[in-house]
Design a protein. Sequence first.
Length: 331
Amino acid sequence: MLIGGAAGVVVLAGLRAVGDVAGAAFLALTLTIAVSPLRIWLRRRGAPLWVIVAVPLLVVVLILIALLASVVVSVAQLADVLPQYASQYAALVRAATAELNRLGITQDQINAALAKLDPAQLVGLVQSFLASLLSVISMVLLITLLLYGMSMDAPMTERGLARLAPPVREALSEFGSQTVRYLVVSSVFGLIVAVLDALALWVLGVPLPLLWGLLAFITNYIPNIGFIIGLVPPALLGLLDSGVGTMLMVVVIYCVLNFVIQSLIQPKYAGRSAGLSTTLTIVSLLVWTYVLGAVGAILAVPLSSFARALLIDSDPATRWARPLIDGTDVR
C-alpha cells in the first residue's frame, strides 16, 4: 500500500506538470465515450466506416463550437455591463463603511478589504480573460485534433477491448457505460437547472440571465461546490442592480432549486451511474482540481471512475475495495 501510494503521488505530480495536455486528452476521451452510443447506433444501421467516424466527431465539434461561442459572447456582454454599476458599487461601499464604523472596525481595515473589491479590477479581469481567448481556442483545436484521432481509432479500439483479459475488458466496459450515464444525467439535470435559473433571474430583472444560466449548466458538472460557483455572480449583480431584496431572492431560488433537483433527485441517478460514494466524489474534486485545474474539477468524477477501472475493477485481487468506493455490496 505504501509503494502504491508513493507511485500515485509520482503519477499525479507528473500529470500536474503536463496538466494542459493531460486535461485536453482526457476531455477528448470523455467526449469520445459520450458519443459512443451514436457510433454503435450507426454501426447497427449498417453505416459505412467514414460515417461512423465523421458523424459523432461532427456532433462533438459543433457542441464545442457552440459552447465556446456562447462563452465569448456572454463574457463580452459582462465586460460591457460591469462598468455601468460603478455608482451603485460606490453607494454600497459607503453604506457598508458606515455600518462597519459603527461596529468599531477601523477605516484602515475597511480600506484594505475594499482594495481587493475594486470593480475596475473586475473589469480588468474580464478583459484579460477576453485577451486569453486565443489560448482557449488553441485548446479547442488540440481537443478537436485528439477527438479526430480517437474517433478514427474507436472502431479498432472496440475490437481490441474484446481481446483483453475478461476482468480488464469488463472493467473498461463498465467505465464506459458509467461515464455515458453520468454525462447524460448531469447534462439533463444541468439543463433543467439552467433553464429554471435563467427564467427566475429574468423574472427578477437580474441582468444577463442567459449568461448565468450557461454558468449554472457548466458548473453542474462540478460536484458539490458547483452550485456555489454558479450562485455568487448573479447574486452580487442582483445586489448592485436592484438591492438586497433581489439578492436574497436569487439566493433563495438557487438554494431551493439546488436542494430539490441537485440534492434530492439528481444524486439518485448520478451517484449510481458514477459508481462513486459521496466522500470519494468530494476527495476526487479536490485532487483533480489540484492536478488539472478547472478541467479537473469538471471531469473529477469520470477521472476517478477511470482510475477505479484500472486499479480496482480490473484486478480480482483488489475487488474487495469496491464496497469502500461505491458503498454497495459485491455481487
